[in-house]
Ligand binder design. Structure first.
Ligand code: ATP
Length: 282
C-alpha cells in the first residue's frame, strides 16, 4: 500500500549484525508503510528482528541495506546505514520498553514531565500536561510518589504516560506490557486503547501476544523466523472504540487469531528444522 499520509516508510530494508567475525542476518527485504495516525503491531517468532526493526525506526540502530524514511512535522529524515555515525531518538518520537524505564529518584509527575522538560517547556505547562496524563492513566493521587512506592504495573503506567505526554508524532512500543501479570496487562491495554483513541498517534507496537495485537491494532505485520521477513500484513477491521471483552466476543476475533497463529506455528516448526535447512546465518 502506498499513500501520501505515511509517517514511516521502509523499503527493501536488510539488517546484518557482525560480532566476533560472525554475521547474523536479522532482517531481510522489509518494506512497510505506516500511515499517519494508525496503530501497527509487529508479531513474529522470538529472534525474528522485531526489536531491531523498532530500534532502526527510532534511529537507535543503523540498517545495512534499503531505506527508512520518517516524516515528522513535514520533514523527512532518512535512517542511517551501518557505515554512518549512530543516531539518537528524535524528540518527536517516544519509545516505551518492556522494563519500566522510570527514573527512581524522580516523582511520578517529574518522570512523566521529563521529556517536556528536556524540550524546554515551562514548568507550569509541563506539570499541567503531566497531570492530565496522570489522570488518564489512572495514577491520580500518586503525583508526588517515588517509583519505589509503586507496583510494577504502576511504573509501567508512568512509562506509557510519559510517552504520550511528550506529544510525539510517532510512538514505538516494545512489548510494553510483556512483564505484567494478566490482570494488569488487561487494564493497561484498555487504558492504552482509550488514550490512543483520543490522541491517534502513529504507533508501531511489538508484542508476543496475538490477542493483544488484535485488540489494539489497525494492522498486524506478521514476520517470519530469522531472518525476519514480512509474511503478511493483516487488517483488523474491528469497530472502535474497542474494549477487551467486546473484541474477544466479536465474530472476527477467532478468525483473525487462527490466521495469525497458523502463520506463526509454521514459522515455529520451520525454526526447529536442522540449521542447514534454515539457510544458516548471514
Ligand atoms: N547488537 C547485536 N549484535 C548481534 N546480534 C544481534 C544484536 N541485536 C540483535 N541481534 C540478533 O538479531 C536477531 C534479532 O533480534 P531481535 O532482538 O531484534 O529479535 P526479536 O524478534 O525482538 O526477539 P524477541 O521476540 O525474542 O524479543 C537475533 O538473532 C539477535 O540475536
Amino acid at each position: 500500500m502506498t499513500s501520501d499520509s505515511w509517517k514511516i516508510r521502509i523499503s527493501g530494508l536488510t539488517k546484518r549484525f557482525e560480532s566476533r567475525g560472525m554475521q547474523v542476518k536479522a532482517l531481510e527485504d522489509i518494506s512497510l508503510e505506516v500511515p499517519d495516525g494508525r496503530f501497527y503491531s509487529l508479531v513474529g517468532p522470538s529472534g525474528c528482528g522485531k526489536t531491531t526493526l523498532l530500534r532502526i525506526v527510532g534511529a537507535l540502530e543503523r540498517h545495512t541495506e534499503g531505506q527508512v524514511l520518517i516524516r515528522q512535522s513535514g520533514t523527512e529524515t532518512a535512517g542511517a546505514k551501518d557505515s554512518s555515525p549512530s543516531g539518537s531518538l528524535s524528540p518527536l518520537t517516544s519509545m516505551v520498553f518492556q522494563d519500566q524505564s522510570v527514573f527512581p529518584w524522580m516523582t511520578v509527575r517529574d518522570n512523566i514531565a521529563f521529556g517536556l522538560k528536556a524540550r524546554g517547556i515551562p514548568r507550569k505547562v509541563r506539570h499541567a500536561k503531566a497531570d492530565e496524563f496522570i489522570r488518564k492513566i489512572g495514577l491520580s493521587g500518586f503525583e508526588q510518589a517515588l517509583p519505589h512506592q509503586l507496583s510494577g504495573g504502576m511504573k509501567q503506567r508512568v512509562s506509557v504516560a510519559r510517552a504520550f505526554a511528550n506529544d510525539p508524532e510517532i510512538l514505538l512500543m516494545d512489548e510494553p506490557f510483556g512483564a505484567l501479570d494478566e490482570q494488569n496487562r488487561l487494564v493497561l491495554q484498555e487504558e492504552l486503547l482509550r488514550i490512543w483513541e483520543e490522541t491517534r498517534k502513529t504507533v508501531l507496537f511489538v508484542t508476543h501476544s496475538i490477542d493483544e495485537a488484535i485488540l489494539l491494532s489497525d494492522r498486524i505485520v506478521v514476520m517470519s523466523a530469522r531472518p525476519g521477513r514480512i509474511l503478511e500484513i493483516i487488517d483488523v477491521d474491528l469497530p472502535r472504540p474497542r474494549q477487551v471483552e467486546a473484541v474477544r466476543a466479536h465474530s472476527q476475533f477467532g478468525e483473525l487469531f487462527s490466521r495469525i497463529w497458523h502463520l506463526l506455528r509454521q514459522q515455529e516448526e520451520a525454526s526447529h528444522l536442522p540449521a542447514a535447512a534454515e539457510g544458516g546465518a548471514g
